[in-house]
Design a protein around this ligand. Structure first.
Ligand code: ARG
Length: 458
């Protein structure tokens, strides 16, 4: 049975039928579809479209259908074009002809948009908790890191020493923004399309505000034409998911790099690394590489939906059926990745001595310039003098670190240099000077941790 056979004399070509059918994708919204129908039946009852008996019969039937879905007992028929058809078909089996009254004043256009939004309203909290789980792992690592120092990079070149804790937290904050973005999205998802009809609105005198409330939506959509075609929420959701994917990809890239023998800053636990079928010595960071790779797939999902939406005429067009697969896939992707990354980070081994050894005195060249600033010389000049010191130390005839350059050599560059200049090359001192909000000093990072913890509890 289709929901629309009346004006046709021929049945749909079987290949065209397969192309048109959306059940394989939209059956994930089964519970939402039934819940939407239960609420719609109540609205029809309140509007005197359904009698008490009819309403009772439909409600009971739908409760049975819902139970069948929840317990995995529901069986689909080959004629179920989509989830809406499947539910109505089953309801008809259960309560016969009365089932046919349920679709009064409703279209699959407002129905599917309602189901989809309801589905997303339950998916977002799941994602939020998976994100906070990973954030918690990052904060815990930051707390464990204590005073551990590591090289900070720009352009992937050694730049300045930083606290490992500061680095861990640099991956916390992007996820915090992701959570804020997703949370903010809820208000744009929480708008009820049901009661918009196919496009022009429903002739049934339903109280849409009450209907919205009964389904847990904040408000009813204000324009039926917009309402059946609005998929901004799906695109935004995919943007949020993609942005998270990109954040995870950035983190993953660094873990891949830092677990290489060349860096050796971290070692993955066996539980989160994989071997090679050929090279017995290999320990590969596959989960991070997959995460990095899946960020690319997520970008494809976002751009795919945007391309689908581009240029569509107003109201419902069947192109919109393409909206759900990427949203479901993006959700599945993130829910698969996030706990694994959290587990891998929780169990990672830090190699503080490798990090410390990768900090050379040239990374304190800025501090050297700042030292002369403290002696009253303008920074632009001190930058040049420190640069000359770098050149003198690196000079082939010397080839030493900045801390090994003699005081005479320093004084030849500027008479302002004194014996205390060598204190500049202590990386912890360098870190401690960066004490303003957001800097890498111990105190500043401690404050950050406190705030991060507060955010996680909020
Ligand atoms: N399967 C459709 C979708 O996902 C449901 C809406 C169908 N509407 C219609 N007029 N054929 O978009």
């Amino acid at each position: 049975m289709t929901l629309w056979g009346g004006r046709f004399t021929q049945s749909l070509d079987s290949l065209a039928w397969a192309l048109n059918a959306s059940l394989p994708v939209d059956q994930r919204m089964a519970i939402q579809d039934v819940e939407g129908s239960i609420a719609w039946a109540s609205a029809l009852h309140k509007a005197n479209i359904l009698s008490d008996e009819e309403h009772a019969s439909i409600s009971l039937g739908l409760a049975t259908v819902k139970e069948e879905f929840a317990s995995g007992q529901f069986s689909f028929a080959p004629t179920d074009e989509d989830i809406h058809t499947a539910v109505e078909r089953r309801l008809t089996e259960l309560i016969d002809i009365t089932a046919g009254k349920l679709h009064t004043g409703r279209s699959r256009n407002d129905q599917v948009a309602t189901d989809f939004r309801l589905w997303m309203l339950q998916a977002i909290p799941e994602l939020l908790s998976a994100l906070s789980l990973l954030q918690t792992a990052l904060v815990e690592q930051a707390e464990l890191a204590g005073e551990t120092l590591m090289p900070g990079y720009t352009h992937l070149q050694r730049a300045q020493p930083i606290l490992l804790a500061h680095w861990w937290l640099s991956h916390y904050h992007p996820l915090q923004r992701d959570r804020e973005r997703l949370t903010d999205l809820i208000k744009r998802v929480s708008i009820l399309p049901l009661g918009s009809g196919a496009l022009a609105g429903t002739p049934v005198p339903v109280d849409r505000a009450a209907l919205a409330k009964s389904l847990g939506f904040a408000v009813a959509s204000p324009n039926s034409l917009d309402s059946v075609s609005d998929r901004d929420f799906a695109a935004e959701f995919l943007f949020c998911a993609t942005m998270t994917g990109i954040h995870l990809s950035k983190l993953s890239e660094q873990i891949v790099l830092y677990t290489s023998a060349e860096f050796g800053f971290f070692e993955l636990s066996d539980a989160f690394s994989t071997g090679s079928s050929l090279m017995p010595q290999k320990k590969n960071p596959d989960v991070f590489e997959l995460t990095r790779g899946k960020a690319g797939t997520l970008i494809g999902m976002l751009t795919g939906l945007l391309a689908t939406l581009k240029g569509l005429p107003s109201t419902y067009d069947k192109d919109l059926q393409e909206d759900k697969a990427p949203v479901f896939a993006a959700t599945d992707t993130l829910l698969a990745i996030l706990p694994v990354i959290a587990g891998a980070l929780r169990t990672i081994t830090v190699k503080p001595e490798r990090m410390r050894n990768a900090i050379d005195s040239f990374m304190m060249a800025t501090d050297l310039a700042d030292y002369l600033v403290s002696k009253g010389i303008p920074f632009r000049e001190t930058h040049a003098i420190a640069g000359k010191a770098v050149r003198a130390a690196m000079d082939a005839s010397r080839n030493v670190g900045l801390e090994e350059l003699s005081l005479e050599a320093y004084q030849a560059l500027s008479p302002a240099f004194e014996a205390d200049v060598y204190q500049v090359f202590d990386p912890l001192k360098s870190v401690e000077k960066r004490n303003a909000i957001g800097g890498t000093s111990l105190q500043s990072v401690k404050n950050q941790i406190t705030k991060c913890r507060e955010n996680l509890q909020a």
